[in-house]
Design a protein around this ligand. Structure first.
Ligand SMILES: NC(=O)c1ccc[n+]([C@@H]2O[C@H](COP(=O)([O-])OP(=O)(O)OC[C@H]3O[C@@H](n4cnc5c(N)ncnc54)[C@H](OP(=O)(O)O)[C@@H]3O)[C@@H](O)[C@H]2O)c1
Ligand SMILES: [Zn+2]
Ligand SMILES: [Zn+2]
Length: 379
């Protein structure tokens, strides 16, 4: 099996036309010794894709841009220095990170998701020598090469960010675990989520719905906090013991001093009355942001943290170690996310990102049908 010199992707050209996708070719990074090439089968659609293409997080670093960082596919090429055991033919996944230095203190302590030299799966510049040089990696026309994401025929990633997928998890369900799953698993695991803990999952979207699945499977008592009334039934089916509609006046009052941990996976924290949410934390409880809104968090007074000694913090995706643990938990406990599928095409990509933008997904879209769209899958 081999890989083409250029990959095919559904790409946007500017943030004004953020849902207009064009199918076109792009040049991937140069193939280096720890790289793995994957022929993609499907890809989840993350809230972060929408923040990026709408320009909510700032200008595009490169144009055209291919987003998508929840990829499942088949390994078609393995670099000669690879040592994770990845083999041609394996079914694997790639999430929101494709490279790190692998040498710094963070990389050496299972915190490579906090490596200062990390490369995001799309919209990030590559440096030469697997990121160890200060020199930019250039394309065949002498221009800076940027990472390009998974709405595409193939993806190239450092082996450490290529995860084996258990046979029992179907690809369209495994795909969103690569970002939404890992981003919620990591902080819950690090917080010691388990029996005896009261955990709230705030914002029941792609991330939040995985948060419910994991927190329940870890043994916590789980509350779903949502501003959308019609999510109650699904939230309970996913494992929430309680559902709280945060649109209701005085919703927080009966919950004062309750939660050990609030996992905030909502997208619009800038509009929240954060002091009210903090009041529902038990003593020394944590309000943990994984949602990354376009705008700053609301102003708070130091006094808001005083009544319960609470804290506010955040995190970025998760580590390889946590990804493998998460996949094992999902397989062992037969956990089922709720996934909608849309076949990839210019129209399919448009429909998917527009649905995410208006909170119309229950609870993750996975783009499928890649082999047909790209003429792959024959190897
Ligand atoms: N930290 C990281 O490493 C990381 C990784 C991936 C994604 N993210 C970020 O995580 C966030 C969620 O991503 P996602 O893919 O799960 O997005 P999503 O599927 O769109 O879910 C976001 C949820 O936020 C809530 N929400 C949306 N609009 C709201 C509003 N106006 N007021 C209150 N709540 C609102 C909704 O939940 P309810 O209807 O239940 O209220 C919605 O389902 C995004 O900001 C994304 O960029 C961060
Ligand atoms: Zn994501
Ligand atoms: Zn590092």
């Amino acid at each position: 099996m081999s890989t083409p010199d250029q990959f095919d992707g559904f790409m946007i050209h500017d943030t004004k036309n953020w849902s207009t996708f064009h199918k076109q070719k792009f040049e991937p990074k140069q193939f280096e010794d720890h790289d793995v090439d994957i022929e993609s089968e499907c890809c989840g659609v993350c809230g972060s894709d929408v923040h990026t293409i709408t320009g909510g997080w700032g200008d595009l670093s490169t144009s055209p841009l291919c987003v998508g960082h929840e990829v499942i596919g088949k390994v078609v090429k393995v670099g000669k220095a690879c040592k994770t055991g990845v083999k041609v033919g394996d079914r694997v996944g790639v999430g929101a990170q494709v490279q790190a230095c692998m040498q710094c203190g963070n990389c050496k302590s299972d915190n490579e998701n906090y490596c200062p030299a990390q490369v995001d799966t799309y919209n990030a510049p590559y440096k030469q020598q697997e990121g160890h040089s200060d020199k930019p990696m250039l394309n065949s026309s002498g221009k800076q090469l940027f990472s390009q994401g998974g709405f595409s025929s193939h993806i190239r990633a450092h082996e450490y960010f290529v995860f084996p997928i258990p046979d029992s998890i179907p690809s369209h369900e495994a795909a969103p675990m690569m970002c939404a799953g890992l981003t919620t698993y990591s902080p819950l695991a690090r917080a010691g989520c388990g029996p005896g803990k009261k955990v709230a999952i705030l914002g029941i979207g792609g991330l939040g719905h995985f948060g419910i699945l994991w927190a329940k499977a870890m043994g916590a008592e789980v509350w779903a906090l949502s501003h959308t009334a019609d999510k109650e039934e699904a939230a309970k089916k996913l494992g929430a013991d309680h559902f709280v509609l945060t649109k209701n006046k005085d919703w927080a009052e009966p919950l004062a001093f309750t939660f050990n941990f609030i996992l905030n996976a909502a997208d619009m924290t800038n509009e929240f009355d954060l002091a009210t949410y903090m009041s529902t934390l038990a003593v020394n409880g944590e309000f943990h942001n994984v949602g990354l809104p376009d705008k700053p968090l609301p102003q708070m007074m130091a006094q808001d943290f005083a009544p319960n000694g609470s804290k506010i913090c955040g995190s970025h995706i998760g580590s390889r170690k946590e990804c493998l643990e998460m996949l094992k938990l999902a397989a062992d406990k037969k956990l089922k996310p709720m996934i909608e599928t849309i076949d990839i095409s210019e129209q399919g990509c448009k429909e998917a990102v527009e649905k995410v933008k208006v909170n119309d997904v229950r609870f993750r879209v996975t783009l499928t049908g890649f082999h047909k769209a790209f003429g792959t899958g024959k190897a």
